[in-house]
Design a binder for this molecule. Sequence first.
Ligand SMILES: Cc1cc2nc3c(=O)[nH]c(=O)nc-3n(C[C@H](O)[C@H](O)[C@H](O)COP(=O)(O)OP(=O)(O)OC[C@H]3O[C@@H](n4cnc5c(N)ncnc54)[C@H](O)[C@@H]3O)c2cc1C
Ligand code: SF4
Length: 860
Amino acid sequence: MQSKQTVVVIGNGMVGQKLLDVLVEDGATDRWDVVAFGEERHLAYDRVNLSAYVAGASAAELNLAAPEVVGHPAVRMVVGDRVVAIDRDARTVTAESGQVVCYDALVLATGSTPFVPPVAGGDGPGCFVYRTLDDLDAIIAHAPDCGTGVVIGGGLLGLEAANALRQLGLETHVVEFAPRLMPVQVDDAGGSVLRSAIEAIGIGVHTAKVTTEVRRDGDRVTGLAFADGTDLVADLVVYSAGIRPRDDLARSCGLEVGERGGVVVDDACRTADPRVYAVGECASHQGRVYGLVAPGYSMARVVADRLTGGDATFTGADLSTKLKLLGVDVASFGDAHATTPGARILTWHDACPSDPSVATYKKLVVSGDGLRLLGGMLVGDASDYASLHQLHASGATLPAHPELLVLPSLAGASSPLPGAGAMDDGATVCTCNNVTKGAICAAITDCALTTVGEVRDATRAGSTCGSCTPLISGILDDELTRAGVAVDRSLCEHFPHTRQELFDIVRVRRVRTFAELVAGWGTGRGCAVCKPAVASMLATLWNEHVLDRDHASLQDTNDRFLANLQRDGTYSVVPRVPGGEITPERLIVLGEVARDYDLYTKVTGGQRIDLFGARLDQLPSIWRRLVDAGFESGHAYGKSLRTVKSCVGRSWCRYGVQDSTSLAIALEERYRGLRSPHKLKLAVSGCSRECAEAQGKDVGVIATEAGWNLYVGGNGGMKPQHAVLLATDLDTATLVRYIDRFLMFYVRTADRLERTATWLNKLDGGLEHLRRVVVDDSLGLAAELEAAMDHHVDTYRCEWAATLDDPAKLAMFTPFVNEPEAVEVDLAYVRERGQRRPASAEERAASEVAVTVTAGVGGR
Ligand SMILES: Cc1cc2nc3c(=O)[nH]c(=O)nc-3n(C[C@H](O)[C@H](O)[C@H](O)COP(=O)(O)OP(=O)(O)OC[C@H]3O[C@@H](n4cnc5c(N)ncnc54)[C@H](O)[C@@H]3O)c2cc1C
Ligand code: SF4
């Protein structure tokens, strides 16, 4: 048997990690041991979504290094250690720590560094680049002492960095050398639409400016001077003026580098040394260095294939881009600047003098005979990007009047764009992960997939930048329909209706119980899917206690016992702390309850206090003490409103422009107990510094000088997503009305367990449609939605208070009646940092248990 060889990968960035993923996935680790060096403190993370870190995402949430890959027995990760030398004769690499590793194959995946233009005074304190988590930490640490931040560079990354500065609460400006923003992606007309939209949200734009000096007063940055004699005040500078490939290692070991930098590689991504490859932003292929992730991923796949004896090649890459910056859609693909001889240009420019932020510019470049789409750019509205990009990539013949492709569709008219069904199997749907339509169709058929999420998990299509998700959805619908599989959107086998249809039935026919609904519109006795879903609808609409009538039997465990079941079979207790504000007296009560029942106590991420380890039979006595002290149910157990997070706002903070705490409390009290398809979180920040992380919430409110900005559709969880701006500068009454409408519209039309972010992503017409419904009342529903919310508010009653008043409900918490076996439960704990927590299996086995509690004994 052939002995294993070693491949060393230098650089654990996005592309280096992709290489490790593919090597493990394809079983190359049977032949190769892999040693991967990463110089950063973190394992590979999602640099494309780096800006989410400024908005509150954690480093862990951006992590790309799956445990099954970095923990694989054939993979050794070396983190926080830079490779400083390569000896090609001895076939070794040497790291800063001194360790030397031998290789049979070597892959350079060292990425690039931001280019810092040589400007007088430009390299001291207060000047930053925007590339790594550490760079962002440095900017975040410096920003509180600054009033104005300036980004040098108005390209794609520069605008992203500007957004970050804005989120940090700085007055923000962008300085661009070229006469327009994003000069590579858009033309003058597109650039001017982009500029207006960006200026409309308060970012200063300065084009055709050559920075000659960063002015300083000692260690402090004070401003920028430009070649035309003008200047700009600045306290903090971020460079985003392009990138330079990190090819220093290659140079020092004698490998060829390109004229404009980058390790020269051939179509096999191999350097002139057959044992050394280069991939990603450090590689130069045919004189070109790619600054996008998709080409890097393709290179990683080529190298993985070559290492296992394959003959895959990299022959160049598509440079299409789609991004949403500061709420402005920008996309460009193909020959967007019409350099093809004889090309014809079709444009649509919809300017809106009263609101420049909603202007759109669409440009299509078609071949001289009008038959092929050569490229295009979209600014302001890029909703057709995925379809247009495919039309371009497939080379399909254009319809008779290609100009219709840029005109907004008339009401009722069908889109002139060919649907997913018209695409060839070989067409690439996901350019980031190189997934073809054929691969998606095969996965749908072979694995009986029925949802976009399942397709994403099975094929990775749509898992990086996400711009192809609408196409994937189209292909899925098409495939299911073609295969004769009715796209069944029924809630479950007991109801031949969607959740929304059932919601409407319950509402219009005033159905009050599950039994009534099954008798009239369903069959059987219900299941774990429909019972809690119907329970949630009944609770939303009629706001009866969840344990009233036959409602109790519909609830899953958490709702049934009004507490969260934990891994050791005990429950946690989370009282509501509106807006996170709590009096010392109430804090003392919580402390006393926790001490008396020996409950593990933790402050949650949502500004509440979680008490763990209560037995079922203890819940009523614990809650009696809490309710007597003025606490209410926090609904932590329900698919319902959880928290409204807030900062201290104007009351205490020197930056606050509105009273965010009072608003958060008012909103929490208004929407408390509202049942919904998924849990709901809100937040209110007192200024654009955004300490409450409102843009990561289902509803986020950020104070402005003039009122409140309303963001919707954000969420954390497994797939974090930013909220989007729905309306600006609202007075409080209008804000509350809009939130009423938004929440009720969502609650009525979303699917079971669909978060607001997913619901909004799927909503026909997207944000614009939502804006029309909520702000313009285009469906004439506003009054009804508001009345429904008023009903909810008027009929709210704390579920725990009501339970304590009702002996029949309290009987459910007696384990001896319903669950005699519960007496046998033997709970074992260990003490850690002064509190008890459940013992692990090993601790039980090793008799390290410090506390043993038997149900029925203890702190009643
Ligand atoms: C803010 C931001 C937004 C972006 N947005 C997009 C986007 O929307 N779409 C898109 O396609 N691309 C985007 N990009 C570009 C994308 O992130 C890069 O194309 C991609 O990360 C390149 O991957 P890489 O592995 O080649 O380089 P990197 O991800 O930079 O990884 C290289 C790694 O190697 C390490 N390293 C270097 N030298 C050594 C050494 N000697 N020893 C050990 N380790 C070393 C570096 O520290 C780094 O961690 C964005 C980039 C940024 C910064
Ligand atoms: S007002 Fe709130 S969001 Fe603004 S800086 Fe102060 S604490 Fe942060």
